[in-house]
Design a protein around this ligand. Structure first.
Ligand code: URA
Ligand code: SF4
Length: 215
């Protein structure tokens, strides 16, 4: 029999995902279809953390599969990567929405929901121990890098203030990029592609350096 102490990271993450599926720690449990735990390679040194599931993610249980996800996949591809090379998750695991009769609309997760869900994200990141975390959007950056993160001034900069990786940065959320038009869209998309490219290079650089014992 396999020793309890020999479980691999993917096995431990599966176990965590199984417990996450049963979570009722906040009211988002009442309106969700699926808990959206994470996707990609659990042994990747590069992790992307978004905000929370939308309609398509709620329906499938997989993060970033809607329009924003397609754009994220494109930006990964432009840097020679697919989601098999990286791991993708969110700060909140269940969809935040406003249900008004037959109409269901996404909304931003509330601070209390982000706080309720933090133990899941924290255990997930502590198991993966990435070298580099890319926060997608302000709420993720404020949770993982520093509170009051100002995306337009601070995106693309490297921080060593994240407890879960020696290097962290924030990039524009792909859904924000999709809301831009014309020149502004091209510019925002360009930032996202470049920031993902910089994250890939940071992994290569960090692999050469000895890892600080704290991480
Ligand atoms: N937006 C997010 O922040 N996360 C997803 O999984 C999908 C869209
Ligand atoms: Fe649990 Fe997080 Fe879902 Fe709330 S959002 S029910 S804390 S998994």
């Amino acid at each position: 029999m396999q020793s309890l102490f020999d479980q691999s990271v993917p096995e431990l993450l599966d176990e965590l995902a199984g417990r996450n599926r049963e979570c009722t720690a906040c009211p988002l449990a009442e309106t969700r279809t699926n808990v959206v735990f994470g996707d990609g390679n659990p042994e990747s040194p590069l992790v992307f953390v978004g905000e929370g599931p939308g309609a398509q993610e709620d329906a499938t249980g997989v993060p970033f599969v809607g329009r924003a996800g397609k754009l994220l996949d494109e930006c990964l591809a432009e840097n020679g990567m697919t989601r098999k090379h990286v791991y993708i998750c969110n700060i909140v695991k269940c969809r935040a929405c406003i249900v008004d009769g037959p109409s269901v609309q996404n909304r931003a997760p509330r601070p209390v929901e982000i706080a309720s869900c933090a133990p899941w994200l924290e255990q997930q990141l502590a198991l993966i121990r990435p070298l580099v975390i890319v926060c997608l959007g302000g709420p993720s950056a404020s949770t993982l890098i520093h509170s009051g993160f100002r995306m337009l001034q601070e995106r693309g900069k490297w921080f060593n203030t994240c407890r879960f990786a020696p290097h962290a940065m924030a990039a524009l959320h792909p859904a924000y990029v999709l809301r831009q038009a014309g020149q502004s869209f091209a510019e925002a998309r360009g930032h996202l592609v470049n920031d993902i490219g910089a994250a890939r290079l940071k992994v290569i650089e960090a692999r050469k350096a000895p890892r600080p014992t704290l991480f």
